[in-house]
Every structure is written in structure tokens, then in C-alpha cells.
Design a protein around this ligand. Structure first.
Ligand SMILES: NCc1[nH]cc(CCC(=O)O)c1CC(=O)O
Length: 322
């Protein structure tokens, strides 16, 4: 072996991403931030379609398998073809394949849901839309909560990426659609947000509005890079939210919503479990030190199970078996 100083070739870090416009905006943001922090490294983005991108004609809740938007990326990570993957945290299952971990949670945008309306309803809000107005959503969580509050509205499934959904709305297939504020903001379409749904109408999805970066367990080199993007307050909130969901879901898609507030070092987690028709809702709140985020999530889940959430979960499991 030569003892002379040989320059190490620049290490290329490979980042995995879905191909949707939103995924790419998010991944490019991560890449650009890391490049600023680590000018000596080079970063490369490798994109791929996931099952969730390919199967567009089936309702999400029907194919609602775990890892719909993540599995292909995870396989590439395990095979060493990519070093980490950037996800919308809400699309990342709460249980990850062996050998992989959630390496970083970035600062969250507004996690709320938004109503986007067809132009003929510009003067309306969610509670003044006419009876029978057609609302597009593919999320059981949004569906159950909105059905509960607005039984006079009609609900219709909607699939496709954000641009596709907005086009379907503009074409008149829907009177309104529900989307995450965060996605619209990131795509520079924040002006399409017509009304931010208040948390007493719709608790948001676990992890909504944050990015989750998944990497190989114990990959210290990558973890050290990702650390610069970690936003601790967002991470604490999302760890509580994910623990709540992990404790409640058992392979079935269930309408579950959350809200978290972090004040000083105190974390407040509110959660809801709803029946699919929105008739039953079990809701509660826990509070404690942010350093115990995951324990708070588990605690709230157990509390709600005892207050009727278990019956809702059993009913959904039985229905899926039938
Ligand atoms: N499941 C699709 C998805 N995954 C992440 C976002 C939006 C951005 C986010 O929540 O981080 C969306 C679209 C939506 O719900 O409107």
C-alpha cells in the first residue's frame, strides 16, 4: 500500500425519492440543504415509482397496504443502491422493515387540512356548502370526520397526484376537495387553500406536513449528515403522533387523527379514532414532558381503547375480514 497522500475520491451519497412533483420538490430541498452543509460531498437523486404511484384506479383505502409509497425505496436501501430515502412522513409506516430506521424529521409546515373549492363556491366555507355538494377525498380520516360534522355533503373518492386532483376539481368533477396545506405550500400553490379546516372539524394525519428521512439502521455516516436537518420540536411531536398510531393500528386502515402542541417543554397530544361512517368518535388529550413523547402517544392510545376505540377497531377488522 502506498503511503503517499492520495486524495479520496469524492464520496457520492445517493438519495432515493418518488417521482411525483411534490416528492421531487421535497427531495431536492433535502439535497440542496445537505450540499450547503457538506460542500465536499456529492449528492445524487435516484427516483422510482412505488406501488402507490402505479395503482391509480383503486381507492387508497382498499389497497391501503403498509408501505404503499415506500417499499420500493426501502428495498433499494437494503440492497445498498441508495443511502437514504426522503418521504412525506405521513406516508411512512410506523413500523419499518428490519435494518431500516427513521433517521431524521425535518421542520414541519402547517400540518392542517385545507378545503380547496371549485370557483363557483368561492363565497362558501365548509359549513355553508349546499346540501349534496361533492367533496373529494381518499382519506378515511378526512371522510369520517367530515361525514360526522357535515352529513348533508356527499363524498367521492379522488386519486392521483396534487395536480391531477386539482384538475379534476377545476373540471367540475367535485365541488371541493380536501388536501394537506403543506403539500400545496411546498408546490407554490398556497393560494389554492380556500379554508384551513379547524382542528375541531378535522384532526390531521400523523406526521402530516413533515418530511421523514429513512436510512439504514446504525449507518453512522449518513445519520451524522441527516442530523443537520433534524428539527427537534417537530420530531418530538411526530414521535408522539407515531407512537399513538403504532399502538392503535393493526394492519388495517383506521380513521385516526391527531394534533400536537409544544409549549416550552410540555407536549400536548390530542387524538381521535372514528368509525368509518363518522357516527362514533373517541377523542382525548394527554400532556407531559416532550422528552417522553413516545410514552405519551402510547398512553393516549391505551386511554382511547378503554373509552370505545377498541370497539371501533374491532368493527373495522371484522369488516375487512368479511
Ligand atoms: N398521501 C398523499 C400525501 N402525502 C403527503 C401529502 C401532503 C404533504 C404532507 O402531509 O406532508 C399528501 C397529499 C395530501 O394529503 O394532500
Amino acid at each position: 500500500m502506498s503511503t503517499s497522500a492520495v486524495a479520496t475520491p469524492t464520496r457520492t451519497i445517493r438519495i432515493g425519492s418518488r417521482k411525483s412533483q411534490l416528492a421531487l420538490v421535497q427531495t431536492h430541498w433535502v439535497r440542496d440543504e445537505l450540499q450547503k452543509h457538506f460542500p465536499e460531498l456529492s449528492f445524487e437523486v435516484k427516483t422510482m415509482d412505488t406501488q402507490g404511484d402505479k395503482v391509480l384506479d383503486v381507492s387508497l383505502s382498499k389497497i391501503g397496504d403498509k408501505g404503499l409509497f415506500t417499499q420500493e425505496l426501502e428495498n433499494c436501501m437494503i440492497d445498498g443502491e441508495i443511502d437514504f430515502a426522503v418521504h412525506s412522513l405521513k406516508d411512512l409506516p410506523t413500523r419499518l422493515p428490519a435494518g431500516l430506521m427513521l433517521g431524521c424529521v425535518t421542520e414541519r409546515e402547517d400540518p392542517a387540512d385545507a378545503l380547496v373549492v371549485h370557483q363557483q363556491h368561492k363565497d362558501k366555507q365548509i359549513d355553508t356548502l349546499p346540501p349534496g355538494a361533492i367533496i373529494g377525498t381518499s382519506s378515511l380520516r378526512r371522510l369520517a370526520q367530515l361525514r360526522h360534522h357535515y352529513p348533508h355533503l356527499s363524498f367521492k373518492d379522488i386519486r392521483g397526484n396534487l395536480n391531477t386532483r386539482l384538475r379534476k376539481l377545476d373540471e367540475g368533477q367535485y365541488d371541493g376537495i380536501i388536501l394537506a396545506v403543506a403539500g400545496l405550500e411546498r408546490l407554490g400553490m398556497g393560494d389554492r387553500v380556500h379554508q384551513i379546516l379547524p382542528s375541531d372539524v378535522s384532526l390531521h394525519a400523523v406526521g402530516q406536513g413533515a418530511l421523514g428521512i429513512e436510512c439504514r439502521e446504525g449507518d453512522e455516516e449518513i445519520l451524522a449528515l441527516l442530523k443537520v436537518l433534524e428539527h427537534v420540536p417537530t420530531a418530538q411531536r411526530c414521535y408522539a403522533e407515531r407512537a399513538f398510531l403504532r399502538e392503535l393500528e393493526g394492519g388495517c386502515q383506521v380513521p385516526i387523527g391527531v394534533n400536537t402542541v409544544l409549549e416550552a417543554d410540555t407536549l400536548t397530544l390530542s387524538g381521535i379514532v372514528a368509525s368509518l361512517d363518522g357516527q362514533q368518535m373517541v377523542r382525548g388529550t394527554v400532556q407531559g414532558p416532550a422528552t417522553t413523547a413516545e410514552a405519551l402517544g402510547t398512553q393516549l392510545a391505551q386511554q382511547l381503547r378503554g373509552e370505545g376505540a377498541q370497539a371501533i377497531l374491532d368493527e373495522i377488522t371484522a369488516m375487512n375480514r368479511a
